[in-house]
Each structure stands twice: as structure tokens, then as C-alpha cells.
Design a protein around this ligand. Structure first.
Ligand SMILES: Nc1ncnc2c1ncn2[C@@H]1O[C@H](COP(=O)(O)OP(=O)(O)OP(=O)(O)O)[C@@H](O)[C@H]1O
Ligand SMILES: [Mg+2]
Length: 267
């Protein structure tokens, strides 16, 4: 089982969109996948469902309530429109995780262990800061993927993140940096191309060849509660996330298991 944390302490760089589209695409390619939303903003959750309908939360699985230990992660799962994709939603209460005892950073890893036979991939969307939820996610992960926005100053702070990833190896020695993917690329501006080149120079072996372009359809997803693969399966955004997922699978020496859309639920 691979547990991939999607991390970058910079806000608005495409973490959530990448976490959600990668999860959807892996499930469409035949891998049983769980998306864990570890950001109190609950943006990844909102891409799949209306957050007002929520009864469960990652908060219950990693935080103690009324002095009782956390509840099992399996009780927090919700299903999605995609047959092989489940979700553990986030709620605002997750923000209080920063006030939990320091030892709680291993709670997510412990929670995930109990579902390891159920999923081939677990994708964790993380918040835009270097707080305890990020540490907990890095402690639970086997790999880290860094979305980097094609914009000026995008690389500032990447060294800090790499330091935090190195630090997490104290609790999780096999944690590995899977790579960095360039997002929100705008062909109309030269800074986009310059940022991508700078990223490839900084991380020559780690930068994914696939670039995710800025595309309006990807912006519309939170209002629709639908991943791009269902909303606009032939759009450029859907194609780029499919190609990116293939590249990610090949880095992991895996390949697609099923033909597209054969695993979408039919009602
Ligand atoms: N390729 C894209 N094309 C157009 N819009 C995009 C694209 N990727 C993300 N967006 C939009 O940009 C905004 C930020 O993206 P996203 O929420 O994925 O970033 P994030 O890094 O998770 O943000 P945060 O740090 O707040 O969690 C969102 O409104 C999202 O819909
Ligand atoms: Mg986000």
C-alpha cells in the first residue's frame, strides 16, 4: 500500500485539486483508493460532496473526544460516485488538532494501519502550513508529492518543506520524496515557463514531465461536488491528470489496471 501525502505550505498552489484528481484517476485506473482530507478547510471533501451533509470526520479518528480515545478510521469513511474511491472527510474541528498532545502526531499512522488491507493507495491532502496536521500526514505517509504553482516566488519555501520532510524521517525513516508537479501553468505568461524551468533545475530527477495547466473547468469542481473525470472527462484538465497519474504510476513501477470509466457507479 502506498500512502501519498500532497504537501506544500504555500497556499493555493493546487494541492487539493491534485489530491482529489489523482485519487479519482487512480480509482478509475482500477486501484482501490482512499482520499483522506486532513485540512480543516475541507476543500478536498467539497470536491466530492456537499460538506453540509457530513456526519463523519477525520477529526474523530485522530483526536480524543471527552477523554475517550479516537474512533476507528473505518467508521469515518464515506463512499463516492466512483466505485473504487472512498473519502475520509474533514471538518473545521480538525483545526484543534494543533492543541492535542505532541504524541498525537502518530495517530493518523495508527488509524491508517487498520485499513491497510482495504486500499492500494491512500492520498492525504494537507493544509497550507507547517503545523501538526502536516507532521501527522508525513508520519503516516510512504511518499510525498509537492505541487508547485508555475508562478514567481513559487520555489521560495521549497527548501523549508524539504527540511520538514527530512525531519519527518525521524519518526518515519522510509518516507520518500516522490516528486514535484508543476500546476496552474498559464501559457499566456512567460513566468510560467520560467518557473517550470527553475523547478526542473532545483529538482532535476524529481520534477514530473507532465504539467497541469490552468483550466477553468478545474475551478468549477467544488461548486459541483464532482471530480473532473465525471464532470468533463474529455477536457484538457482531465487528460492532464490522467497523464500525470500514469507518470506517477510508472515512477512507482506500476501501471493502469482497468480501462477508463469501467468502474464508475451506475445508479
Ligand atoms: N489547474 C487549475 N486550473 C484552474 N484552477 C485551478 C487549477 N488548480 C487549482 N485551481 C483552483 O485554484 C484554487 C487553489 O487550488 P487548490 O485548492 O487545489 O490549492 P491548495 O494548494 O489546496 O490551496 P490551499 O493551500 O488553500 O489548501 C482553487 O480555487 C482551485 O479550484
Ligand atoms: Mg487545499
Amino acid at each position: 500500500m502506498k500512502v501519498i501525502a500532497i504537501a506544500n505550505q504555500k497556499g493555493g498552489v493546487g494541492k487539493t485539486t491534485t489530491a482529489a484528481m489523482l485519487s479519482a484517476e487512480l480509482s478509475i485506473k482500477g486501484y482501490s483508493t482512499l482520499l483522506i482530507d486532513s485540512d480543516p478547510q475541507a476543500n478536498a471533501t467539497t470536491i466530492f460532496l456537499d460538506p453540509h451533509c457530513l456526519q463523519t470526520s477525520l477529526a474523530y479518528a485522530i483526536m480524543s473526544r471527552d477523554k475517550k480515545p479516537p474512533a476507528p478510521l473505518v467508521e469515518q469513511l464515506v463512499t463516492t460516485e466512483l466505485e473504487l474511491l472512498d473519502l475520509v472527510p474533514a471538518t473545521l474541528g480538525l483545526a484543534n488538532f494543533d492543541r492535542e498532545p505532541a504524541l498525537s502526531v502518530t495517530n493518523l499512522r495508527t488509524a491508517i494501519k487498520a485499513v491497510r488491507n482495504k486500499y492500494e493507495f491512500i492520498i492525504i491532502d494537507t493544509p497550507p502550513n507547517l503545523g501538526l496536521l502536516l507532521t501527522a500526514s508525513l508520519t503516516a505517509a510512504t511518499d510525498v508529492l509537492i505541487p508547485v504553482q508555475a508562478a514567481p516566488f513559487a520555489l521560495a519555501g521549497l527548501n523549508d518543506l524539504v527540511q520538514v520532510i527530512e525531519g519527518a524521517k525521524g519518526l518515519n525513516e522510509n518516507l520518500s520524496l516522490l516528486g514535484a508537479v508543476c500546476t496552474l501553468f498559464d501559457t499566456r505568461t512567460s513566468v510560467s515557463g520560467e518557473s517550470f524551468r527553475a523547478l526542473t533545475q532545483m529538482m532535476p530527477d524529481k520534477t514530473f514531465d507532465t504539467i497541469i495547466h490552468r483550466q477553468t473547468k478545474l475551478e468549477e469542481l467544488p461548486a459541483l461536488h464532482m471530480p473532473i473525470q465525471l464532470y468533463a472527462p474529455t477536457s484538457r484538465g482531465a487528460e492532464q491528470y490522467a497523464t500525470f497519474t500514469d507518470e506517477l504510476l510508472s515512477r512507482l513501477k506500476l501501471s493502469s489496471k482497468s480501462s477508463r470509466l469501467s468502474v464508475v457507479k451506475t445508479n
